[in-house]
Design a protein around this ligand. Structure first.
Ligand SMILES: Nc1ncnc2c1ncn2[C@@H]1O[C@H](COP(=O)(O)OP(=O)(O)O)[C@@H](O)[C@H]1O
Ligand SMILES: [Mg+2]
Length: 250
């Protein structure tokens, strides 16, 4: 192994230093993040908690390259994000990051297979390969028999599984989920967390925002954000957590 590849393996996936984000609307300047430091290593599954309006989604948008910070430094997989052009950022986002949202954000007029295949259209993948890969992902989340159905015909938990299949289709290093169980009952929420645990075991790094203490208790690391500041990080406390995966605390 060369020194170069050893360095790459040891590189944190996310290294954010002193991140400041200000929203400017007319005369009003709102400091949503007031100097956040965060390092996420490959293989972690981490929950972000905190009151409504504390800056959780803002932080996730910055990590996911959906928004830019005003001050600070961000290294994604060792690359300085600020020095990338818009196109390079878009490419890094497509290659490295998958997103899951509370409201699922599926295309209602498309069947499940086409929903899952959508990111592959942007990536220019040929139609037959798109179909095969989308079906493989649907199988992985247990929904292959529903491939021809539309989002309106399935339950909330199933919709979120489709959204996760779509987020995973490019095999991202980092899966970001903003309140992924927020619209689900507790049973469907647990099933989604089982799926995250499975994806995490097979190597995907996961960062999820949740209001639900029971959901957060099922990750090894929990960050707490209050009023734009990170006030606690359980890394090191729970790092050696011996609670078996899939033992639920909700
Ligand atoms: N696009 C925006 N424009 C102006 N203010 C925003 C915008 N997005 C979020 N905010 C404000 O920034 C703060 C943090 O919001 P957000 O990151 O969405 O919090 P959380 O996800 O923790 O509920 C809130 O005060 C919110 O009103
Ligand atoms: Mg939010």
């Amino acid at each position: 192994m060369t020194n170069q590849s050893m360095i790459e393996i040891e590189q944190p996936l996310v290294k954010l230093t002193d991140c400041v984000k200000v929203y400017r609307t007319g005369q009003v300047h709102l400091k949503a993040l007031k100097g956040v430091d965060l390092t996420v290593n490959r293989g972690e599954m981490t929950a972000i908690m905190g009151p409504s309006g504390s800056g959780k989604s803002t932080l996730m948008h910055i990590i996911g390259l959906l928004d830019e910070m005003d001050e600070g430094r961000y290294l994604l997989n060792g690359r300085e994000v600020q020095s990338l052009t818009d196109n390079e950022q878009a490419r890094a986002r497509n290659a490295e990051i998958g997103f899951v949202f509370q409201a699922f954000n599926l295309l209602q007029s498309a069947n499940l297979r086409d929903n899952v295949a959508l990111p592959l259209i942007y990536a220019g993948v040929p139609v037959a390969e798109r179909r095969d890969r989308a079906e493989a992902m649907l199988e992985r989340v247990g929904l292959l028999p529903w491939a021809e159905h539309r989002p309106g015909e399935i339950s909330g938990g199933q919709k979120q599984r489709v959204a996760i299949a779509r987020a995973m289709i490019n095999h991202p290093s980092l899966l970001l989920a903003d309140e992924p169980t927020g619209n689900l009952d507790s049973r469907a929420g647990r099933e989604i967390m089982d799926l995250f645990a499975e994806l995490n075991e097979s190597g995907t790094t996961i960062l999820l925002i949740t209001h639900d203490q029971g959901i957060a208790a099922c990750t090894r690391r929990t960050l707490m954000i209050v009023d734009g500041r990170m006030i606690s990080d359980s890394a090191g406390v729970n790092a050696a957590c011996t609670v078996p995966e899939k033992v639920w605390c909700v």
